[in-house]
Design a protein around this ligand. Structure first.
Ligand code: CA
Length: 439
């Protein structure tokens, strides 16, 4: 996940193994129970969580030993803890691993520990996010809670307002989607050699295929899977033209940094330096983006042939180990982080996420005094325009990963989108069939 890649290590992850083994008590205060919690995130996020957890400790007679882990190593460390039988009492997990953790008995069924009041609080948070962590024995989306959403994180499109103004480009209407053509036209106007040395130093955009292609495909009426998630549908005309259009931003319209320019400095860094007109923005970026020296705001993603726009949202889950010795305290902490007003306020204050509570989120979005002004776009995604990434709909994600494994020749223009999907579809279908039979 992009947000997991932006992490700065603050503690050696080696801590995890000893910490889990010695979780009984190290605080010196023998009267206090202790639970362990493993998390990751960028610095702003980790600092915010530390504060909220301190607050939780004050309100509850329990000590929480936090195990912060570098984002790039988080999953490996968690898997190792699971195989070693040293699962932290409370931990974050990716949506894509939910079914596996449920099936392997890693996650505690939380319902027995949730009071009516707690269930009421859960009813107030984004339904699409809550459903991601419910399982009824057959399908995800209803039934027992095996976790609660840490967040509901929509993947919006941002634009550099200052660059638009300096180049005399009319500012986008906040609720209006550009068509692909309009998007390309503006991107072309803003791709420039600004200092006349013969090399471009400002571009329309620079999008990562893994995270941005879904918007192009869905906006065009295509998808990776059919409705019941049994067939890989990347060989449809809607999908093919969306992929080609995405690739054309680089190879035909040339509105993105070239491959070698991308190697000098990645597009995330270039956006932060004010070199890109359009770039995706997630809520986890808001803290870091307070420091940008240009104004930015959010807009809908461009539409394709479907006439509508779409993007993904994702939720990180917070779960409790099925083997915890303190299920009450552990569930209480999960509940506090996911639903409590106080906990949520502190996290929102730190600009690392939007409120999990729907009413709170509406209030938050109506405040136009802080960047981004058009926060409503985040809410629109959680309400209507957002979808879960395709691999969260299946038991395993290898079939989806396969799509991106050999895509480079297409991005380089050495293969057309049509040639590529014909090669990739059978391989992906085989992996999907295996996933279905494994389940
Ligand atoms: Ca230049």
């Amino acid at each position: 996940m992009k947000k997991f890649m932006l992490v700065i290590t603050i503690f050696s992850s080696l801590l995890l193994f000893t910490a889990c083994q010695n979780s009984e008590n190290e605080s010196g205060d023998s009267s206090k129970k202790e639970i362990t919690m493993m998390l990751t995130g960028n610095q702003e996020e980790q600092d915010a969580y530390e504060q909220v957890i301190k607050e939780f400790e004050k309100e509850n007679d329990v000590k929480v030993k936090v195990i912060p882990t570098d984002g790039s190593q988080y999953k490996t460390k968690l898997q190792a803890a699971i195989s070693g039988g040293n699962v932290p009492d409370v931990f974050w997990f990716e949506q894509v691993d939910f079914l596996t953790y449920v099936n392997n008995g890693v996650l505690l069924e939380m319902d027995d520990y949730l009071s009516d009041e707690a269930k009421n609080d859960i009813d107030g948070i984004w339904p699409m996010a809550v459903k991601n962590f419910q399982f009824d024995g057959t399908d995800v989306g209803a039934g027992t809670h095996y976790g609660l959403p840490k967040d509901a994180a929509p993947f919006a499109l941002g634009y550099n307002k200052t660059m638009f103004e300096e180049n005399g480009i009319e500012l986008p209407d906040k609720s209006h989607s550009f068509t692909q053509e309009e998007f390309v036209t503006i991107a072309k106007k803003l791709t420039k050699d600004t200092n006349g040395d013969g090399e471009l130093d400002q571009w329309g955009t620079g999008l990562d295929v893994r995270w941005s292609l879904p918007s192009f495909v869905w906006g065009n009426g295509g998808d990776w899977l059919n409705e019941d998630a049994t067939k890989v549908t990347i060989d449809t005309p809607e999908f093919i033209s969306a992929l080609q259009e995405f690739v054309n931003l680089q190879i035909k319209y040339e509105v993105t940094p070239s491959v070698s320019q991308g190697q000098t400095l990645d597009t995330y860094q270039r956006w932060m330096k004010g070199e890109l007109a359009f770039f995706p923005v997630g809520p986890w970026d808001m803290g870091t983006y307070q420091k940008l020296d240009f104004e930015y705001d959010l807009i809908p993603w461009p539409t394709g042939q479907s006439g509508d726009w779409a993007t993904y949202f994702q939720s990180t889950g917070i779960g409790v180990s099925a083997n915890t010795k303190s299920p009450e305290d552990a569930v209480e902490l999960v509940k506090y982080l996911s639903t409590s007003v106080k906990g949520q306020d502190a996290l929102v204050e730190a600009s690392v996420q939007i409120p999990n509570n729907v009413e709170k989120a509406k209030e938050w979005a109506s405040d136009t005094s802080s960047r981004p002004i058009n926060k409503q776009i985040f809410l629109d995604i959680l309400d209507t325009n957002g979808r879960s990434l395709p691999m969260t709909r299946t038991y395993t994600s290898e079939w989806y990963d396969e799509f991106f494994t050999n895509i480079q020749p297409v991005l380089d223009g050495k293969k057309t989108a049509e040639e590529y999907v014909k090669e990739a579809q059978p391989k992906m279908q085989k992996l999907l069939d295996k996933s279905i039979s494994d389940q």
